[in-house]
Design a protein around this ligand. Structure first.
Ligand code: SF4
Ligand code: SF4
Length: 469
């Protein structure tokens, strides 16, 4: 028993594991806006440049067919993660939880000694001048960090290279500065005043998570089998002292360590509650209490099946298999869509004049070509007709266009051949036009259809006769 006790006491608390994950998440959140692949960001939604950057590929606003797949990926990912790990996101990676841990556990408890990490229920006496001034220092420290967090958030919408140049001219970018200050002000209010009420009352995720749970979902659970029922079926507390536990074998000491440590002020012994953010502080607290008695924690991060029904947790089950298949399909579609990205856009519109008949049996059609360079560098564009040897480009000169720029060009297509012999109507002939960058013809190219109108035979002859007079 003694060796078991030592082994149990040596377990690294979840709190420290969470701190490492928080550090990794914070470094990632700060680093991602600065990482560029081929000049594009890993993730950027720029309203300024009307672009979405994803894994180093820039998509124009006209190409936002990716968005539904990204949203599907987000929601399916959340559903799958919740079915397997409960509110693991809340406890291990949510910015709100990280911000609260920084303010409450690092600034208030560790640096300023205003509170104790192990007792989150007890508020300091702010009528004492020392506590009140510590509180002000804490809010100022957090406000500085909140400004960094707000700037970091903005870098996903205004890339850092633009952001730092904009803030050097504050008078010209008051809107941007106003948004950063507003986000920072909200973060101060949220973290200092709203606290975990944000998770309980504001965040919609807490409302939906319970419907995604099943008996194999991992969560913080109190073992009523070992500890005893502290609450009755109507969720009323019926046990306050250890001596009142129904069975002498019940192990809960009623020390309430798991309750006082809880940031959302709930008692995990009541069962699953939507307020629980899966931070596992109660698991650490009971591990410490029970460890001293040489026993396993009564509150564990495990599944209902494992702790109550003595059945091993099934990670591979119908719901997780279905989520995994759906996720793989969406990821596959994202790659296919990403691979089909066009590095230039081209819209072709016909002018109102159907056709012109000119000398030497030449028939022409005028078109307006709208080019957009959606690549990250300048290209020189050219055109060719790929599927009709009798129709040629009568007027168009290759031209150069900078990254992200638009250009409108009048393009004239012509033919000298007798394409059709119809005395009853004009004939539409569909041709495929390839537009490409002369410097990278294979990567930067698009194919578009244009409709060439060939005049009815009698009209053509009449017009040619007039021209030849
Ligand atoms: S009951 Fe409280 S302490 Fe335990 S995991 Fe949930 S939120 Fe954290
Ligand atoms: S920390 Fe453990 S022993 Fe103490 S009240 Fe909670 S469940 Fe019971």
């Amino acid at each position: 028993m003694a060796s078991e006790s030592v082994q149990i006491a040596k377990k690294t608390p979840y709190r420290f594991k969470r701190y490492y994950v928080y550090l990794a998440v914070t470094i990632m959140a700060l680093a991602i806006p600065f990482i560029r692949i081929n000049g594009n960001h890993i993730f950027l939604l720029s309203f300024d440049k009307k672009q979405l950057h994803l894994m180093g590929i820039a998509f124009d606003m006209q190409e936002l067919y990716m968005m539904p797949f990204l949203l599907m990926l987000l929601f399916l990912g959340i559903f799958a993660a919740t079915a397997i790990g409960g509110r693991a996101w809340c406890g291990w990676a949510c910015p709100q939880t990280i911000f609260r841990v920084v303010y409450r556990d690092l600034i208030e408890s560790t640096l300023l000694k205003l509170k104790r990490i192990k007792n989150k229920q007890k508020e300091p006496d702010y009528s004492k001048a020392e506590n009140a001034s510590k509180k002000i220092v804490g809010v100022i420290l957090w406000a500085i960090l909140a400004l960094f967090a707000a700037a970091d958030f903005m870098w996903y919408f205004v890339p850092p290279e633009d952001f730092f140049s904009y803030i050097q001219n504050p008078s010209e970018h008051m809107f941007l500065i106003g948004i950063v200050l507003s986000i920072a002000a909200f973060l101060v209010y949220d973290v200092v005043k709203l606290k975990e009420d944000f998770c309980v009352y504001v965040c919609p995720y807490s409302r939906v998570q319970s419907v995604l749970y099943d008996d194999n979902t991992l969560q913080a659970i109190y073992s009523t089998n070992r500890g005893g029922n502290i609450y009755n079926e109507s969720k009323e507390k019926i046990i306050f002292k250890e001596k009142d536990l129904p069975d002498p074998a019940n192990e809960c000491t009623t020390c309430e360590s798991c309750v006082t440590v809880c940031p959302t002020h709930i008692d995990i012994r009541k069962g699953l509650q939507l307020e629980c953010i899966n931070c596992l502080e109660c698991v650490d607290a009971c591990t410490s209490v029970m460890g001293k008695l040489g026993k396993e924690s009564l509150v564990q991060w495990t599944s209902t099946n494992s702790i109550k029904n003595n059945i091993p947790t099934k990670v591979v089950r119908k719901s997780t298999v279905m989520y995994s298949i759906a996720l793989l399909i969406v990821i596959g579609l994202l790659f296919v869509m990403g691979g089909e990205k066009e590095y230039m856009l081209l819209n072709i519109n016909k002018t109102t004049q159907l056709y012109q008949v000119k000398k030497d049996h030449l028939v022409t059609n005028n078109f307006i070509f709208l080019f957009q360079n959606t690549d990250s560098k300048r290209h020189k564009y050219a055109l060719e007709i790929v599927d009709n040897k009798n129709i040629f480009i009568e007027r168009f000169h290759p031209f150069s266009l900078g990254a992200g720029k638009l250009a409108k060009k009048v393009v004239i297509l012509g033919t000298k051949a007798d394409l059709v012999d119809d005395n009853t109507k004009d004939t539409p002939i569909t041709v495929t036009i390839r537009a490409y960058a002369q410097d990278e013809p294979d990567r930067v190219q698009v194919f578009r259809k244009a409709v060439f109108i060939y005049p009815r035979e009698d009209v053509l002859r009449k017009k040619e006769a007039i021209l030849n007079k």
